[in-house]
Write a protein that binds this ligand. Sequence first.
Ligand code: BGC
Length: 798
Amino acid sequence: MKNLKSCSAIGRYAGGFYLIAQVFLTTGGAFAQTGKPLPQLGKSPIKEVLAALTLQEKAKLVVGMGFKMPGTTAPPPSTGATLDIGGFKMPPSDPDAYRIPEKVSGAAGRLHGVPRLGIPSITVCDGPAGVRIDPIRNNDNSKTYYATAFPVATLLASSWDTELVKNVGVAFGSEVRDYGVDILLAPALNIHRNPLGGRNFEYYSEDPLLAGKITAAMVKGIQSNGVGTSIKHYAANNQESNRTGVDVVVSERAMREIYLKGFEIAVKEAKPWTVMSSYNKLNGTYTSQRADLITNILRNEWGYKGFVMTDWFGGEDPVAQMAAGNDLIMPGSPTQSDLIIAAVKSGKLSLAQLNKNVSHILNVILQSPSFRKYPYNNAPNLKHDAQVSRLAAEQGMILLKNEDKALPISGAKRVALFGNTSYDIIAGGTGSGDVNKAYTISLLQGLTNAGYTADAGLISSYTDHIKAGKVNRPKPANIFALPAPIPEMAVADKLEAATNNNDVAIITIGRNAGEGNDRGLENDYYLSQSEKDMISGVATSFHARHKKVIVVLNIGGVIEIASWRNHVDGILLAWQPGLEAGNAIADILSGKVNPSGKLATTFPVDYRDVPSAKNFPGTPAQKPTTVSYEEGIYVGYRYYDTFGVKPAYAFGYGLSYTGFTYSKLKLSTQQFAGKLTASVTITNSGKIAGREVVELYLAAPGKTMDKPVKELKAFAKTSLLQPGQSQTLSFDITTAQLASYDTAKSSWVAETGTYKLMLASSSDDVKQSATFKLAKQLIAEKDGKALSPVAALNELKK
Ligand code: BGC
């Protein structure tokens, strides 16, 4: 035997006592003392691998191997100081927590391997908009590791196009694979509960069906590359203020129908390799420590087979996490492994449970590129993926307003570009949702590429203004704080020349946000004074010459629009569109692409209208301890439509350069007995080709249960219809879609009575409807009791 190495005594806990085994490792294979080869992952049954693992090895496998926060230095352990950066608490006693042996520089973490049993270390990285890794390694510029910034999640959901999102996933996952990463820490699908949620841009929608279907499509696309995903943050992580300590008080029904539904759809339809539990507490207990959430619901009720990991430094008790079925603690520290070992030795944690945790992880490692020794090339096809990103961006942008056909601006040649973000566009949000991309196409570049000429005087003034603004602004307080936005330049003295010299004005309004902070009202949800002055000044001047004014919203979350929209002729909601931003926006403004996105989240008239306005937790500095979801199931349009609160732009709303008619709604039956098919014909009634998102809502009888006036139950998007062309779409409805969660019965119940089925172009624009009856109550599913609030909750009812 060559290169024989002896490994010191390793304790293996078996049946209540310790076996001390001498293990010999060789380069060619591993042998136990008996001379029998050691089991190897993939070659031997998991049971045998488990039996060969020592307790110490198991406790390492369920705890990641540390994490280096960019820009931070560990306090020396001797000081006993904890480093707290926006909620990340670095334990002083764990120097390893700062040292991650790097395979992929900039990745968010790694798992331990156990080479003697053929278990490789796998690598995980962020995040929802692109592979988040360091673009340059070891100061060596000769090779770069840029990744494609895809449009943010909210934009992708606004496409309502699962095929498109799957294709984005295919491209996205190819970069995960080509950069040697095993699992992507995405997609993220928490519900847009409140417009101020700091991570809303990373999330899809206020509606769980849309969020779940888009997530499933993304997971399928990414995982088709032989890499994994981690759908996150499970669950009810709908705010960032005191995100690692806040307790969400919420009813079981709201959890099941609103906050868990999307996860359920994604788990059942797309089988993500991993799920990431969230930072927050849920009804008094950290989500990562709740067996009802992780084992009963996720695994037993939904049949989940992958592993569950914590969010970074999430929760507080590693033993409770293991016991709850949260299999992996990230980024992990040796102290946590020690606590797990001690708990098994004392009997506080059963070895059977730890074995389950380990086997969940091993089953995923078995599928990983690292296990398969995938020869990754560090050379993803970035050119191709940029085109995928551009196409997706174009399909998810939303035309909110188009007075007198102000758009497309095909006739115009000269454009006056106002607003900082026309020149310095925001491709995506910050934090783990950020991507190190090689470039971002500004709106100026995009319009120039499309053949427009931008006003030279404005280009030069804005270039100077932005440059000075960046130099002068204060440094962000910590790594999660955003750089202060640069105030808009006063434009009064530039208006006359700009109006004379150009055919049209385009004003961009930009917003950014990211993890660790929620958004504020002043100068964020509401426009700043300098933005309002810019819009009204430009509008007055251009309108006086009968020239149009278009606003492009380069934002990641909802803002107030109702008070200023009458000043302008057109509004394009471009979201944060990824690295091809300017090209994609120019394609829509010019009419090369007909907009077909629709809102995945409501734009209310005012923040006061938001059902959770009074129950949103404030600022991180206030360290809110509790947030009560008093609006219950009435989130987004479920609230606005039921309580008659008219929004500025309803859920599901979006214009096109053409028009569509809905006709020939047919139901396969008027008497529901478990299944029904509805079909409707959509015709392009305008003059140019376009696509229409068609939304199917149901109104339940609501006799025995409190019900929203309508809920989205299915959706589809037509193909590109030429003028006059029609397409018939059909939708299957099953008992599950009729049912609501009856907490007293722990069941999904479809009540008897008359249901109304609506085909709509937005939640407040129903085009065709029909009714059907359910004669006998149906139970779609019976579940166990879970998640009950321990604190009083005064929940909104109709
Ligand atoms: C975020 C996660 C992310 C993780 C690793 C956390 O701060 O909440 O979404 O995946 O960091 O970077």
